[in-house]
Design a protein around this ligand. Sequence first.
Ligand SMILES: [Zn+2]
Ligand SMILES: [Zn+2]
Length: 178
Amino acid sequence: MNSQTKICQNCEKDFQIDPEDFEFYEKINVPPPTFCPECRMIRRMVVSNERSLYKISCGLCGKNIISMYHQKVSFPVYCIDCWQSDKWEAIQYGYNYNFSKSFFEQLFELKQKVPRIALLQQGNMANSEYTNRASNNNNCYLIFRANFNENCCYSHPINNSRDCFDCLNSQKSGVTHY
Ligand SMILES: [Zn+2]
Ligand SMILES: [Zn+2]
């Protein structure tokens, strides 16, 4: 099959599909894309926000918190303490599967109702509230996918590091081993 130029259904710009792309789509048995590569990338990235943080209030205790979700989302967002507490029951959001509706339609409806945790943080966190997908950090700011760091800022991902700024994919940096 020859290269084809298509119009993106989203941004309405032209994009090209090459012969080897068509071969690949045929191999994995999916139709050719209707969105351009950039719009497809944006769609993939919005599914999992981790680096844009918002000030919101917890949907349960009302405390002002930092969250990876904007205040306008349709589902409740709970602070980490509330989400991990016994103050709410996840099972209360359960309902029977409806075989006359599609699975993804029902999954979408469910995801609009079930509370979500404001930030993914765990372990011993100290003075590191502006972090996400992070555990066991001390005195850190705006680091993501980050574990066991101290005095680190503006980095992604970063692990077991100390006194580091503006790092991309850093491991055990700034740490002296004896
Ligand atoms: Zn597009
Ligand atoms: Zn709360």
